[in-house]
Ligand binder design. Structure first.
Ligand SMILES: CC(C)(COP(=O)(O)OP(=O)(O)OC[C@H]1O[C@@H](n2cnc3c(N)ncnc32)[C@H](O)[C@@H]1OP(=O)(O)O)[C@@H](O)C(=O)NCCC(=O)NCCS
Length: 173
């Protein structure tokens, strides 16, 4: 069963292997939140990433300038192995409405087409519903067939394509 867990410093080696595999393909999909790794794929880098992520999800403090509150998740499989990342924005700002949406994700190349992205997005929808969000925006590049299928599998209805980005809404009734 696919699960969403919070980043964990004690799992540095697994995280390093996951990130290294994902970076070997192209760059990490920005929407998955991993742009926060400023200090590189090191223990210090993960520690910093966890601090930044903790701040971003802490709704008792204002979000950093220009950002909205968000939760960084790691995606795991039924044996608790790391298979990807998911970044869930709690609300939308101007930039997210146009392009980023509420949820971004990436699954490591060796574990694709096993249903993890669809399941992870479904779990994120439950989290967003619990936060009081009733309409979720998920976007993907117009030519990203895999991501478009993932969004459609979770009930996404396309509104439009803006500058090459497909914009889908998912109603959480
Ligand atoms: C997009 C991505 C997350 C999909 O992950 P995944 O775990 O392989 O997706 P799933 O196994 O849940 O499959 C979801 C749907 O996409 C379809 N799909 C997956 N890969 C596909 C591909 N390469 N071509 C066509 N369809 C594909 C599946 O058949 C499934 O469709 P269905 O529900 O109609 O059967 C993964 O390809 C990825 O990480 N890509 C790079 C990063 C990225 O593009 N992230 C999204 C940014 S918006």
């Amino acid at each position: 069963m696919t699960r969403l867990i919070l980043p964990d410093l004690t799992r540095f080696e697994e995280w390093r292997d996951l990130l290294t595999e994902m970076r070997s393909e192209t760059d990490i999909p920005h929407g998955s939140g991993m742009w926060e790794v400023d200090a590189g794929i090191t223990e210090e880098g993960l520690a910093q990433h966890i601090i930044v992520s903790a701040h971003l999800m802490d709704t008792s403090r204002p979000a950093p300038q220009g950002r909205v509150h968000a939760t960084q998740f790691w995606v795991t499989d039924d044996e608790d192995r790391l298979v990807g990342f998911l970044h869930m924005r709690h609300e939308l700002n101007e930039n997210l409405i146009d392009r980023g949406g509420h949820v971004g994700y990436g699954i490591r190349p060796s574990r694709r087409r096993e249903g993890h992205a669809s399941a992870a997005l479904g779990l994120a929808l439950e989290h967003l519903k619990a936060l009081g969000v009733d309409r979720v925006l998920v976007t993907c590049d117009d030519d990203n067939v895999a991501s478009a299928h993932t969004i459609e599998s979770q009930g996404g209805v396309m509104e439009d394509v803006r500058n090459g980005t497909r914009r889908y809404w998912i109603e959480l009734a």
